[in-house]
Design a protein around this ligand. Structure first.
Ligand code: FAD
Ligand code: GLY
Length: 378
């Protein structure tokens, strides 16, 4: 069977969905092809932190991209809520990054000075002030940084709302449809081939996350050099007794409170290929890190564990933009920030596809940076 679609997005994670949503909004006929269930890979596993100020340390082009996306979030959430009527848990209480040792304190004080000089929204809290704001923090906290502009979202709500919004706009979503091959004619995209079905199209977005290099039918030079980085995560059932108002962040472990009575404890960062098991070692590491930050958590009921694969490049930056095959675009490699980067990725990709020109914010993230000889391998 052969279908046609103006634009085909391969991959129904947050990145494929947000691009499809933006394009559908602008009147394009879009089809999303998802191998499994919509949003059940990295985008489902994520903690939903929208936290560039605590997670990133360099005021570079990537930081600017993250900040722009963070700024776009309130309008993004309210548009999705308005369009679908769905609730989306979006919490704007900020992040606290505590120091639990002299070494931590030294690092955080340097970080504070640098971020303050750069005009970033950061506050320095004494131990007492930290525990006044968050009484469940460890008594070993020496001081903390507070990032009032860092937010968090329930990524699973986001996926559900994006899916509904796309359908309402007339977009088509096929689950259980694994794309095998991109079809081309003289270096121009003409379609995609799934098992027994194909789509004719002149525009394809490869948003297949950690699997983005495995679509056949294109030269090696347009296969993105992506690898998976495993993240294990778990949740406690906190009910109405929110143990924290803020997200609590440290370099190894973070705690993310949700309005639905869950506290997420994340996440491991492991190079284990496509293995996705939740391991004893991973869970021990998470519990150890969480109890160091907040010993009071030991009395909360354990709820669930899960894990996902973060799509990652050798420079840890996303890959966004056109390839040498006309009509084939890449949007992957969002690594630890794909939920944060969803709105800006949707905007930039839609702009690029519609206008066939590269927005300036996208330039540092173009696929061709990897196809210079020194960058061929991951
Ligand atoms: P995915 O969500 O993996 O989606 C790719 C989709 O493509 C999948 O659904 C897959 O089935 C589909 N696919 C693959 N091959 C094919 C094919 N051949 N045909 C059709 N479909 C195909 N980011 C943040 O911003 N904040 C966080 O706090 C955060 N925490 C995280 C915690 C963990 C434990 C993990 C694992 C990730 C976290 N991230 C976070 C990162 C974020 O989840 C990812 O960057 C983001 O979800 C990537 O989205 P994606 O759509 O590119 O990939
Ligand atoms: N950004 C959180 C994570 O990747 O674990």
């Amino acid at each position: 069977m052969v279908h046609t679609s103006e634009i085909v997005v391969i991959g129904g994670g947050v990145i494929g969905l947000v691009i499809a949503w933006r394009l559908s909004h602008n009147g394009h006929r879009v089809t999303v092809l998802e191998r499994g269930q919509i949003g059940r890979e990295a985008s489902w596993a994520a903690a939903g932190m929208l936290a560039p100020h605590c997670e990133l340390d360099q005021p570079d082009a990537f930081f600017e991209l993250c900040q722009k996306s963070l700024e776009a979030y309130p309008a993004f959430i309210s548009a999705l809520k308005q369009e679908t009527g769905y609730a989306i848990d979006y919490i704007t209480n900020g992040t606290i990054f505590p120091a639990l040792s002299d070494g931590d304190q030294q690092k955080l004080e340097i970080r504070y000075k640098r971020q303050k000089e750069a005009g970033l929204p950061v506050e320095l809290l004494s131990a007492k002030a930290s525990r006044r704001l968050e009484p469940n923090l460890s008594g070993h906290v020496q001081m903390a940084l507070r990032y009032p502009a860092d937010h968090q979202v329930e990524n699973r709500d986001l996926i559900r709302a994006l899916t509904q919004a796309i359908r309402q706009l007339g977009g088509i979503i096929h689950e259980g449809t694994a794309v095998k091959r991109i079809l081309t004619d003289q270096s121009q995209v003409i379609g995609v081939q799934a098992d027994s079905v194909s789509w004719e199209t002149r525009h394809i977005v490869n948003a297949t996350g950690s699997w983005a290099r495995y679509l056949d039918g294109v030269p090696n030079t347009v296969r993105p050099p992506i690898r998976p980085v495993h993240g294990q995560i778990l949740s406690l059932a906190t009910g109405d007794a929110w143990p924290f108002r803020h997200t609590i962040y440290s370099s190894k472990t973070y705690l993310v409170p949700r309005s639905n009575g869950r506290l997420l404890i994340g996440a491991t960062v492991e190079e284990s290929g496509f293995r996705k098991e939740v391991t004893v070692e991973g869970i021990l590491q998470l519990f150890h890190g969480a109890l160091r930050l907040a010993p009071a958590l030991r009395s909360y009921p354990f709820e669930a564990t899960w894990s996902g694969l973060r799509p990652t490049t050798s420079d840890s930056l996303p890959i966004l933009g056109p390839t040498a095959v006309k009509g084939l675009y890449l949007a992957t490699g969002h690594y630890r920030n794909g939920i944060l980067l969803a709105p800006i990725t949707g905007d930039l990709m839609a702009d690029m596809i519609e206008n066939q020109s590269i927005p300036s914010l996208m330039k540092p993230f173009l696929p061709d940076r990897f196809y210079k000889p020194e960058h061929r391998e991951v």
